[in-house]
Write a protein of this length. Structure first.
Length: 299
């Protein structure tokens, strides 16, 4: 199917440490205005509640790191866009391949197998499940880390009623070098590996529907959609053996690397739709992105 990593785990609830971390994060107000994070708590921690009779979860990961020759130097006149949004929308790309994988499992499994495809839009602690499935471990920046592929990993899952042999979890702790903490432009990452979404540039430029606070906008600079600082600084990313993406079917848009801020400000909806028709930026919308740029340029 073109995924870089795969692991299998049971459909049992995640362990108490993950449950406790989620509850504390919500209680601390670190979810900012993401009210949906407070809903479906039981489903988030228990994949079995998303599909009746679930027995297994197949976890996959797709490496989306840029090739070294695709990386360009930062320029304050250019828009900085998180690496995942330089590709086609990963939701559809991964779902299509997960469906084919589910069909293969159904053809080889006895009985009436059932499946639920999950790519980011379902209430599920997917990093906790990926860790339990042996794909990687969770770092201080809460990203899933694989020692061979680093942190540029998009995750997807198939919850199924088919009983599959689970892989061994990766219980390796983060190195706790704290580089991701001090590199964060807004100090959104706390020492205990907790993210304050209200201070996170990714939240503010993608999820937040309101105006970005002045201090966040100033720190964000020309980052108009997401932020990769805590990934780029991570030693596990620096020493990853497989930095180049293997799946060339995952369409990369190099033209998004050289977009000027003023060029985006002059766009109308038709031009925006043409340029980002298959992009995650569509969900955030042109007006929100323009507002982010204007706020940055005001400083």
């Amino acid at each position: 199917m073109g995924f870089d990593l795969v692991g299998i785990t049971t459909a049992e609830p995640v362990n108490d440490l993950h449950v406790e971390h989620l509850q504390k994060w919500l209680d601390s107000g670190y979810a900012a205005d993401m009210a949906y994070m407070h809903r479906n708590f039981e489903k988030r921690i228990d994949p079995g509640k998303l599909l009746d009779g679930a027995k297994s979860v197949v976890c996959v990961a797709l490496n989306y790191a840029l090739d070294p020759d695709e990386i360009i130097a930062d320029n304050p006149e250019l828009a900085r866009i998180a690496a995942f949004a330089l590709y086609e929308d990963y939701h559809d790309f991964m779902k299509e391949r997960l469906r084919k994988l589910a069909e293969f499992i159904a053809d080889t499994a006895p009985g009436d197998a059932k499946f639920k495809i999950c790519v980011d839009s379902v209430p599920l602690l997917e990093r906790a499940l990926a860790q339990r499935a042996g794909i990687g471990f969770i770092g201080t920046n809460r990203m899933l880390i694989n020692q061979d592929f680093g942190l540029y990993l998009l995750l997807g899952e198939i919850i199924t009623t088919v009983e599959l042999t689970p892989d061994k979890p990766i219980d390796k702790p983060c190195a706790e070098c704290d580089k991701c903490i001090w590199i964060c432009p807004t100090r959104a990452i706390k020492s205990a590996g907790t993210i304050d979404a209200g201070k996170c540039i990714s939240y503010q430029t993608i999820e937040n529907k309101n105006e970005i606070p002045d201090d966040i906008a100033k720190a964000a600079g020309n980052r108009i959609f997401g932020c990769d600082s805590c990934i780029e600084i991570c030693p596990y990313q620096a020493f990853a053996k497989n930095k180049k993406r293997k799946n060339r079917d995952f369409k990369f848009h190099p033209e998004r690397l050289t977009l000027k801020l003023n060029q985006i400000l002059q766009m109308d909806e038709t031009q925006f739709e043409k340029l980002f028709a298959d992009s995650s930026l569509k969900r955030t919308g042109l007006e929100k992105i323009k507002a982010t740029i204007r706020k940055y340029q005001a400083f």
